[in-house]
Design a protein around this ligand. Structure first.
Ligand SMILES: C[S@@+](CC[C@H](N)C(=O)[O-])C[C@H]1O[C@@H](n2cnc3c(N)ncnc32)[C@H](O)[C@@H]1O
Length: 244
């Protein structure tokens, strides 16, 4: 069953980024007007500045679209491919407002979901434990979704506890290669035999795929298209799908 965007408020990912594009738009629009009027610049200078203005505005719009709508459509597609045994447990690391935790709970009735996060507001606006809990409640899944505060590089769960581990746009927020490797190692450690890890992230898909293969999992990677572009194709979302 396709769930697409659940009810509730899911914030904006890295909320300062689209405003940066708005800032570029204002600056380049002013330069375009100044070049066309005050400076009487060559026509092609005006055209180039105008195109950069339009591209900057498009970057802001595309970013907001990906954060508010695109990533939900992408996760709908990723969860479509997942089959789980009855009574399975799901872990969503870096869950934020509960985007994937809640989509998984809606899609897999009877299964329990744990979302874990450090609730960093620089990574998502309005990011709090209570905001995630409110989203679970408004979707009627609060009895099957538990949100906890914790670090994905040191998961407080026993080995082999979860049949599915998800990470949506979260692991790239960890600064060092070593700590990201620990996050992948922890996802593998808590994964049950036959379990699956599904990651959607920007920039470091190859790194995660290498670490998962090194841990003995079978891994595929796939670009997720324009709905995962965070302002343009230069910041695209890639899926990493691994089975044990
Ligand atoms: C861009 S948000 C994405 C949130 C959510 N997965 C989604 O797709 O809407 C990244 C999330 O990762 C969390 N995060 C960053 N570093 C973390 C860590 N070491 N452990 C747990 N969560 C972390 C942030 O607090 C934030 O909620």
């Amino acid at each position: 069953m396709a769930t697409q965007r659940p009810h509730g408020d899911y914030g904006i990912d890295a909320p300062w980024v689209p405003w940066m594009w708005v800032g570029y738009t204002v600056v380049y629009a002013a330069l375009t007007v100044a070049a066309a009027t005050l400076w009487e610049a060559w026509w092609w200078v005006v055209v180039i500045l105008g195109l950069v203005t339009v591209a900057s505005a498009a970057g802001a719009v595309l970013y907001w679209h990906t954060s508010l709508r695109g990533k939900f459509i992408l996760w709908d597609g990723l969860l479509d491919r997942v089959t789980l045994p009855p009574g399975a447990s799901i872990l969503d690391v870096g869950c934020g407002h509960g985007t994937v935790s809640i989509m998984a709970a809606l899609r897999f009735p009877g299964m329990t979901v744990t979302g874990i996060d450090l609730w960093r507001s620089v990574d998502q606006s309005g990011n709090t434990l209570t905001a995630a809990q409110a989203n679970a409640a408004v979707n009627g899944v609060e009895d099957r979704v538990r949100f906890e505060t914790g670090d994905m590089t040191e998961l407080p769960y026993p080995d082999g506890s979860f049949e599915l581990v998800t990470a949506s746009l979260a692991i790239h927020n960890i600064q060092t290669r070593e700590a990201r490797r620990r996050a992948i190692g922890e996802a593998v450690r808590v994964l049950a035999p036959g379990g699956r890890i599904v990651i959607a992230d920007i920039r470091r898909a190859g790194e995660y795929a290498d670490d998962l293969r090194a841990a003995g999992l079978t891994v595929t990677t796939a670009p997720l298209g324009w709905r995962g572009w965070w302002s343009g194709p230069w910041v695209a979302t890639t899926a990493v799908d691994a089975t044990r």
